[in-house]
Design a protein around this ligand. Structure first.
Ligand code: URA
Length: 234
């Protein structure tokens, strides 16, 4: 091989090494976000949650995080068997760093109260942990980016009943293209990481404030949750 070609080959090898050969020979889509986030072994539940909080706090280049005031991680009882997932923080949640403390939260508290639940008996989080600017819906990319954290959050809490409030939570957990009006009112089976919760989707309280005539359907869903709690003996 002459000297020039030799030099070319050497720089090509260097180039490929730099680029990471795997990416070049693997034509499956590149997953930009690590999907299987893991926690350190042997931690207590509360420590696992602290570690998860730190992971979320170290997210970089995120429009949501950059424009938000506070991270909104969760509220409620970490040992609860019922976990509720909303969409994302609003203005008041962003100020206080707690989910569902605004007007929709007041309605959620009433809904929980109607089946003898409250914030000390359930655990609440959201699909995204930072307020979307101007309360817009999180984009598909944002939902995808936060999903590994949400999955880990569910795995740590390991609820027996998972309540998805609104279409963003439904789409994040069950998949796109499902209408909440078609899916609500029935139990859904889906494994989430190591968890096998009974999943139910219902209307988001903010939607119910705009469409109060839908509250009768939300009441049916609440009664289903109450029945399931009885069946599961809690
Ligand atoms: N709406 C949500 O989906 N989550 C909150 O925390 C508040 C309002």
């Amino acid at each position: 091989m002459n000297k020039k070609v030799n030099q070319k080959v050497l720089s090509l090898i260097e180039y490929y090494n730099l680029l990471n050969m795997d990416l070049l020979i693997n034509n499956s889509p590149i997953n930009r976000f690590e999907n299987n986030k893991k926690l350190s072994n042997g931690l207590e539940k509360s420590q696992q949650l602290e570690e998860l909080k730190k992971m979320i706090g170290s997210i970089k280049n995120c429009e949501l995080k950059n424009s938000a005031n506070k991270m909104v991680f969760s509220d409620g009882n970490i040992n609860s068997k019922i976990m509720l997932i909303g969409e994302g923080p609003g203005a008041q949640e962003d100020q206080e760093g707690l989910p569902f403390v605004g007007r929709a939260g007041k309605l959620l508290d009433k809904m929980l109260g109607s089946i003898n639940l409250n914030r000390k008996k359930v655990y609440i989080s959201n699909v995204v942990n930072y307020r979307p600017p101007k309360n817009r819906r999180p984009t598909d990319q944002e939902i995808e980016r936060y999903y590994p954290f949400l999955k880990l959050h569910i795995e740590i809490i390991n609820p027996k009943i998972l309540v998805l409030l609104g279409s963003t939570a439904l789409n994040a957990i069950i998949g796109n293209g499902k209408a909440i009006s078609k899916v609500r009112g029935k139990w859904i089976k889906k494994q989430i990481g190591i968890c096998h919760p009974h999943i139910i989707a219902s209307f988001h309280p903010a939607f119910l404030m705009r469409q109060p005539d839908q509250k009768k359907l939300a009441w049916i869903d609440l009664k289903l949750i109450r029945e399931k709690m009885k069946q599961l003996n809690f």
